[in-house]
Design a protein around this ligand. Structure first.
Ligand SMILES: [Zn+2]
Length: 403
């Protein structure tokens, strides 16, 4: 038996006026997703407890079958795991975005998708100016970088689970004045943010960007800090060997933490220009030597963050055509299977931000009896009446065929 999970990140949405009151999922032409809905069942799950941040870090931990109330320690340690960074018992990982803040407004939480090279140069200068044996500014992919805090056993940890930070993608277009870190260690985080902004204000990278008519990288925004979570190995728990296909460090990290292989699809970018067909082909190839293959596509979430509804619809159509269709065909050709389509969390294009709340899922395959739904979208999922308020119960039920 083979299992496939397809995660169009942030695809759940609200009705959009320019789409005639439809959601992007309703408006998009997605015959393969609809085929899964009509041969199987649809429902709603809630993947993010209200007290935790509405983001991929929590919602995907939930989708993988782990209760974030018990296991979530922060976003950054998950991304550290993706990079193979080992955290000791006194170490903390802190997410470090290159961002553009102008006149105290969060203009762009990606700093115009800072290139790997730009981020590397900026972080290296900041490391030289304020880093030390305890502070490691570590480049990742594009704007998604890390600061590793190496704690000493002899010293009290400045941070705790009470330290509060704000995700910069939730601050888009708003003032950041009230959104700097709070709680234990916040003075340190604010100090590093302030000092780094001084180091990069007149950096050659910014001089070049301004000459190119691009906004500057004004700050390193620190957030999502935590220690390494201890997640039970997925294969030990479910008896299935898993593989993850994604272009996003966060998902690679979660996969690493539960013991899934990470398989890179050539041309996958984590953005709207990603090579969808490559992801589909990579998933099909991975089925040969894995029991469960999970494909994550970031593009719908990115389109939402930019408020580009047409791009979101296009991304969903490309996912359906290049990934869901071919993968579904390959599954049918090889024998018994079960397939699940679900986003992690809603990211409405109207707000450009992640949201708490129900997301629609569709499941088809072995031992799944049709619930007579015809389409996969928010409305059909709500009408089905099937609700899973503790989203981490979806994975065990999916694996066991328990419906
Ligand atoms: Zn997400």
């Amino acid at each position: 038996m083979k299992y496939v999970i397809i995660i169009p990140d942030g695809c759940a949405d609200y009705p959009v006026e320019s789409l005639g009151g439809k959601t992007p999922l309703q408006a998009a032409y997605t015959p393969h997703m609809d085929a899964i809905a009509s041969s199987g069942l649809v429902g709603q799950s809630d993947n993010v407890p209200s007290h935790l941040p509405a983001g991929s870090e929590v919602a995907n931990m939930t989708l993988f079958g782990y209760d974030p109330n018990r296991f979530f320690t922060g976003r950054a340690p998950i991304e550290a795991a993706a990079q193979g960074i080992v955290l000791g018992p006194h170490d903390w990982a802190i997410r470090c975005n290159t961002v553009t803040i102008l006149d105290q407004i969060m203009v762009d939480f990606t700093a115009d998708h800072a290139s790997n090279q730009e981020a590397r140069e900026i972080l290296s200068s900041v490391q030289a100016a304020i880093g030390d044996a305890r502070l490691e500014f570590t480049p990742g992919v594009s704007y998604r970088n890390l600061l590793i805090y190496r704690g000493r056993p002899s010293e009290a940890t400045p941070f705790s689970s009470e330290t509060r930070t704000r995700a910069p993608h939730d601050l888009t277009d708003g003032s950041v004045l009230d959104d700097f870190p709070r709680g234990p260690g916040c003075d340190l985080l604010c100090e590093w943010m302030q000092k780094s902004s001084e180091v990069i204000a007149n950096h050659p990278v910014n001089a070049l960007r301004l000459a190119q008519g691009r906004p500057p990288i004004s700050h390193l925004w620190l957030w999502g800090l935590g220690k390494t979570p201890s997640l039970e190995n997925f294969e030990k728990r479910f008896g299935l060997r898993g593989a993850m296909i994604t272009a996003v460090d966060l998902l690679r990290g979660l996969a690493a933490l539960v013991g899934w292989d990470r398989i890179e699809a050539p041309g996958a970018t984590g953005y709207l220009d990603t090579d969808y067909a490559s992801k589909g082909k990579t998933a099909i190839a991975a089925l040969a030597n894995h029991d469960l293959v999970c494909v994550h596509i970031e593009a719908p979430d990115e389109a939402s963050h930019e408020g580009r509804v047409e791009e979101k619809v296009k991304a969903l159509e490309a996912i359906d055509r290049e990934i869901v269709g071919p993968v579904l065909q390959a599954l049918r050709d090889q024998g018994p299977y079960r397939i699940l389509i679900t986003p992690d969390h809603p990211t409405p294009v109207s707000t450009k931000k992640h949201a708490h709340g129900w997301v629609p899922f569709a499941i088809a395959g072995d031992r799944i009896v049709s619930d007579k739904s015809n389409t996969y979208d928010e409305v059909s999922a709500a009408q089905s009446g099937l609700q899973i308020p503790s989203g981490w119960e979806l994975m065990p039920r999916f694996v066991q065929g328990d419906w």
